[in-house]
Design a binder for this molecule. Structure first.
Ligand SMILES: *Cc1c(COP(=O)(O)O)cnc(C)c1O
Length: 419
């Protein structure tokens, strides 16, 4: 491991080289020179394979977060690593000023996976959401005939769509939002899961409804059955685009390729990210038919790194792995086991459990401790998980985890909450 020493820091003489030191020493050093926009658990990972991570002291941890679903295929999946290694030696970046030989295959494969005509690749999730917002507004003016600058987009309570100033402006999480205004206008928030509220909020200037089919960051909040098909029906009837943010819920996590599939709903636009990059590179995209994405003209949107050859090579491998259905099946089968085991904890340190596929939101009894305290106790037992809001823990194990490892991980949780 090599890192250059910043001219502002004196070299750490207690360490035998840069990046050296015990996990505890490295944790302190890492925290000392970064903005405190995260509150990481005190672990310093050096290596990982499949569902297991190893820290700098050689301690092993079972990863039950999987990079917030960015690592659906686990750490270092051989197929994905091979695609990346292979591409690294050939071509990594052209910019979109030129076409490269990985682009056509990736966009065709992803478009086919979604059953849509066109793909617009970006890098991070937040950029894909911003792209969706721009496209929806443009569609509203060019196709729906909304008067200039009058478009509104309906968003949900409890949403999480990323961290840009526009996006946090329509969040209702004070931590995400407070202190970062002024915010972009043009968004209306309604209660997640409430179709009547949505219907009442739509007017002639509404261009889109932006919805997470399951709210991941919100704590794996699953809307009432029939909600997504209801959103689809309202959008179709009122000539409004349904934008599904499947960045965390999509690409196998819930047991289907897309979380919308559980209600046989096809949105007008899929917003994808996280697992699309295979845990190797940031890859995001919006995917829609020509009558929607076709509104963009040269110069109206772009990204230097979006759709680069390395991203496309890895993204193509991800899509091809999803076309076999193997990972969706694993998520369903392991998810059933996870559900069964978590249900046994309800009333024993856990007050509520929500699952869909291999994805769980677990509400910890406040008498046991905060979500953070439970995650710290799990860490001590060799399990990595993350709290979301206060007393909720989200589990999103890599879909490659073995049934035995998953069972062991839940046993550790049981030991912590029933202690
Ligand atoms: C993570 C996430 C985003 C933002 O993705 P970044 O890559 O962190 O910008 C947006 N929407 C949802 C639903 C997410 O889970």
């Amino acid at each position: 491991m090599t890192t250059s020493t910043s001219p502002l820091t004196k070299p750490d003489l207690s360490a035998s080289g840069t990046g050296a030191g015990t996990a505890a020493q490295q944790f302190v050093r890492a925290e000392a020179r970064t903005a405190h926009n995260y509150h990481p658990l005190p672990v310093v990972v050096a290596h990982a394979e499949g569902a297991w991570m190893t820290d700098v002291d050689g301690r092993r941890y079972l990863d039950l977060l999987a990079g917030y679903s960015a690592l659906n295929f686990g750490h270092g999946h051989p197929t994905l690593l091979a695609a990346a290694h292979d591409q690294l030696d050939k071509l990594t970046l052209t910019s979109r000023a030129f076409v490269h030989d990985q682009f056509a295959d990736f966009t065709a494969a992803l478009g086919d996976l979604c059953g849509k005509d066109l793909v617009l690749p970006m890098n991070t999730g937040a950029e894909a959401v911003e792209t969706a917002i721009k496209v929806a507004r443009k569609w509203g003016y060019d196709v729906k005939g909304v008067p200039a600058d009058q478009a509104n987009i309906i968003v949900m309570s409890g949403n999480f769509h990323g961290r840009t100033t526009t996006i946090v402006g329509f969040s209702d999480d004070p931590d995400a939002r407070d202190g970062f205004g002024p915010f972009a206008p043009g968004f209306r928030q309604v209660a997640y899961g409430d179709l009547a509220a949505l219907e009442a909020a739509v007017d002639d200037h509404t261009v889109a409804v932006l919805v997470e089919p399951i709210q991941g960051e919100g704590g794996v909040v699953i809307p009432p059955s029939g909600y997504l098909s209801g959103v689809r029906e309202i959008c179709t009837r009122t000539h409004v685009l349904m934008l599904a943010d499947e960045i965390q819920a999509g690409l196998g996590r819930t047991g289907r390729t897309f979380a919308c599939d559980h209600e046989d709903v096809v949105p007008d636009m899929y917003i994808l990210g996280k697992a699309l990059g295979g845990g190797i590179v940031p890859v995001s995209a919006v995917v829609a038919d020509r009558d929607v994405l076709g509104v963009l003209r040269p110069g109206q949107h772009g990204s230097t790194f979006g759709g680069n050859p390395l991203a496309c090579a890895v993204g193509s491998a991800v899509v091809s792995m999803l076309t076999t259905g193997e990972f969706q099946t694993r998520a369903t089968e392991l998810g059933a086991t996870l559900r069964e085991r978590l249900d046994r904890l309800v009333g024993r340190g856990v007050v509520g459990v929500r699952t869909r596929g291999l994805w769980a939101g677990i509400d910890i009894d406040p008498a046991v401790g905060s979500g953070r305290q439970v995650c710290e106790a799990l860490l001590a037992r060799g399990v990595l998980a993350k709290d979301t809001h206060g007393s909720t823990i989200r589990l999103a194990p890599p879909l490659v985890i073995s049934a035995a490892d998953l069972a062991w991980g839940v046993e550790q949780l049981e030991a912590v909450v029933t202690h």
